[in-house]
Design a protein around this ligand. Structure first.
Ligand code: SF4
Length: 413
């Protein structure tokens, strides 16, 4: 790996001063977060909406009430009984996580109906919330942790019609959200626009991107075709270290520009961090959060490294102390009012250790660049092809067993 010289002032000076000079050439962006009375009023609206959906689904007040109470209990367990104290408000919609559609919307109602039915065991078909779909093998980056490493830059096997037909099949199975990834999905920009034009209503579409070539014009076109948001991979708050992790000069600058263009268009923005052993420290997590706040993003996603793809056979799993630091970070920045203006933290490891894996057809699946379905991006086992057979039957079979058991250390696959 390339040797990096970290400018001394980045380590020794105060965070705020460094940000002003190095990371925010323009004024810090306003926070999209809402809290206090504003949040309380919205919470009432959301729960009234959930009750209305429950009554519509069950046509029976007792059943509707029971299912709503169960949903509320499940959400509380997911957060270790911490109440949500803030939402992100973007373009007139409210988001408590980037894995659920914004409220109010058709996609939100579908998401709630699916989950209520699942809790009551009353839906005739197996449903999912989200698919993460790798739509291209092309990518000019060389990221340390890339899980699609073996497939990168091989010939494409899926036409744009294939991409759309897979998405339609999963829409039929009930998904409320599609996250398009890769490779770098922007390498198929025209096909993304094609998908956005042809997708059936009621499903939110997100892009999972490095930010490379996410220009002002592209941001405007994507917004015009109803893209909901982008998740930008950012793996360090120090530009040189992010570039080194991504194996690409100016990767940090591209990520920063992508966030600015997306925000200018009213897209929801999430930053995704692969929290490696070398990265995890109170200082790095704090500085990362400062950076995310100054860029005005809504969410930070924490991913734990796995020994797959480019990390295959490497000793990348986190130990108990590192996981504990991530959990403290998640809890502090989400549930302590002192951090109201900071983005919400989304940490799948936290949820999975309490309620089990959300992948494996429970809430989401990963579809690779050949159209093969996996439990999640990190489980490199092709379970079935989305192009053949009954998606719903395959999902039902898939949900009978997840790939890994979460313990107090990173899961071994
Ligand atoms: S992680 Fe994404 S951006 Fe990085 S090499 Fe893999 S596909 Fe490209």
């Amino acid at each position: 790996m390339q040797t990096i010289t970290v400018p001394e002032k980045l380590i020794t000076n105060s965070i705020a001063e460094n940000f002003k000079d190095v990371y925010t050439p323009h004024a810090a962006m306003p926070s999209p977060m809402v809290w206090g009375m504003h949040k309380k009023i919205i919470k009432v609206g959301i729960w009234l909406n959930i009750i209305a959906v429950a009554l519509y689904v069950f046509k029976n007040p007792v059943k509707a009430f029971k299912a709503t109470a169960k949903l509320s209990g499940l959400r509380d367990n997911l957060r270790d009984n911490h109440p949500i104290i803030k939402y992100a408000r973007v373009n007139g919609k409210y988001y408590y996580t980037f894995n659920a559609p914004g409220w109010p919307s058709k996609a939100f109602n579908k998401f709630i109906a699916n989950n209520l039915q699942k809790l009551e065991g009353s839906n005739a078909h197996h449903t999912l919330d989200t698919i993460l779909f790798g739509i291209t093998k092309k990518c000019g980056y060389q990221c340390e942790h890339c899980f699609e490493w073996e497939a990168l830059n091989k010939p494409e096997t899926l036409s744009r019609e294939n991409l759309l037909s897979v998405i339609h099949l999963f829409q039929h199975a009930g998904i409320a959200q599609v996250q398009l990834s890769g490779g770098e999905p922007l390498n198929r920009f025209d096909d993304i626009i094609y998908i956005l034009k042809k997708i059936k209503p009621g499903t939110e579409v997100w892009l999972y991107t490095s930010g490379y070539h996410f220009t002002e014009e592209r941001a405007a076109l994507l917004k015009q075709h109803c893209l909901t948001g982008i998740t930008v991979s950012l793996d360090h708050w120090i530009p040189e270290l992010h570039d080194a992790f991504r194996g690409k000069k100016n990767a940090f600058e591209w990520a920063q520009k992508a966030v600015a263009h997306a925000k200018a268009q009213g897209l929801v923005v999430c930053l995704s961090l692969c929290a490696t052993k070398g990265f995890i420290s109170v200082t790095n997590l704090g500085q990362y959060a400062e950076l995310a706040k100054s860029w005005g993003v809504s969410f930070i996603q924490l991913l734990e490294p796995r020994a797959v793809g480019h990390y295959a056979d490497k000793d990348v799993y986190l130990n108990k102390e590192q996981i504990s630091l991530l959990e403290n970070f998640y809890t502090e920045y989400n549930f302590n009012a002192a951090y109201n203006e900071y983005p919400s933290i989304v940490y799948h490891g936290f949820y999975s250790r309490r309620l089990g894996c959300g992948g494996a057809g429970n809430h989401y699946v990963y579809i690779d660049t050949d159209g093969d379905v996996h439990n999640c991006p990190f489980c490199q086992r092709k379970l079935f092809s989305a192009l053949h057979g009954s998606v719903q039957e395959n999902l039902r079979l898939m949900a009978q067993g997840s790939c890994s058991v979460y313990t107090n250390s990173s899961p071994k696959i």
